[in-house]
Design a protein around this ligand. Structure first.
Ligand code: GRF
Length: 271
């Protein structure tokens, strides 16, 4: 029998995915229990959902942290173990080709790491095996990711994205899919890496976009899929059936490249 894993959740808003995860844990469809819910937004409605289930909650007001940083950089509470060069070289959110002002990149990474250090401080009180991002609308930098993913090749931060990745990364997956005129929409659960919605894919659900669909109905249909897919993927993790492996491939230009992908082990072959 699979023993229960401890799950931490980060949210920003409504928390309907969080609710689906809590419900799946309570009815035994996920071998886990939610230990804490953190938010970048003190007013996130999802925090109340957690409280109703007796789950510890906390928030770090990202908006206030970021404003304070930009108002007075000289006195910013930059964590002592923050190494800008290291974080900048690891992250793949901004590439040199994007020609983003290096000072803006440095300010972005530093301000986020200040907020992340505060999240990590809150999380220390709640040990966990898996961290799920359930509508957490902030980009996590390598500063945070490396302090959670402490075992090599065993990622443990999952995200749900409202599009069929690698198409339409970013904040408005259903909107981007719909406006593009796609005939199929969907959602993706993946482990996060140092880029934007670019980490190894665990599970996906797709559904057709019909003639009379609107963005609203696509969103509704998508969310209903998310509420099933996310718990399923979390349960696979709890069962020890998600294995990340590195595969070599040749890119279109003939360049050799390596990619980390998730293999879903059959039942009974858990690692
Ligand atoms: C979901 O569509 C999720 O895919 C995206 O943000 C939305 C969050 O919804 N990242 P909720 O807060 O879980 O209701």
């Amino acid at each position: 029998m699979t023993s229960k894993i401890r799950i931490g959740a980060l949210i920003s808003g409504t928390g309907s995915n969080l609710q689906a995860i809590i419900d799946a844990c309570e009815k035994g469809a996920v071998a886990g229990r939610v230990e804490f819910i953190g938010s970048d937004n003190p007013n996130a409605a999802g925090l109340e959902k957690g409280k109703r289930h007796g789950i510890s909650t906390f928030s770090v007001d990202y908006g206030a942290v970021i404003r304070a940083y930009y108002n007075d950089r000289a006195h910013a509470a930059v964590p002592a173990d923050f190494d800008l060069d290291e974080i900048r070289s690891k992250q793949t959110l901004f590439s040199v080709d994007d020609e983003v002002d290096p000072d803006k990149v440095a300010a972005f990474l530093t301000s986020r790491a200040i907020a992340e250090a505060r999240l990590l401080k809150e999380m220390i009180a709640h040990p966990f095996e898996l961290l799920v991002l359930a509508g957490f609308m902030r980009t996590l930098t390598p500063y945070f990711i490396d302090r959670v993913n402490t075992t090599k090749d065993e990622p443990r931060i999952m995200n749900i994205h409202p599009a069929l990745l690698p198409s339409f990364p970013g904040i408005d997956g259903y909107g981007d899919t719909f406006r593009y005129g796609c005939k199929v929409a969907g959602c993706t659960v993946h482990f996060i890496d140092y880029g934007e919605d670019s980490g190894p894919i665990i599970g996906q659900r797709a559904f057709p976009i019909q003639f009379d669909d609107t963005l609203e109905t696509v969103r509704e249909k998508g969310l209903a899929q998310e509420w099933e897919l996310y718990p399923e993927c979390i349960h696979l993790f709890a069962q020890g059936r998600l294995k990340t492996v590195k595969v070599d491939y040749e890119s279109r230009g003939g360049m050799k490249a390596e990619r980390t992908v998730v293999r879903i082990l059959p039942p009974g072959k858990e690692s």
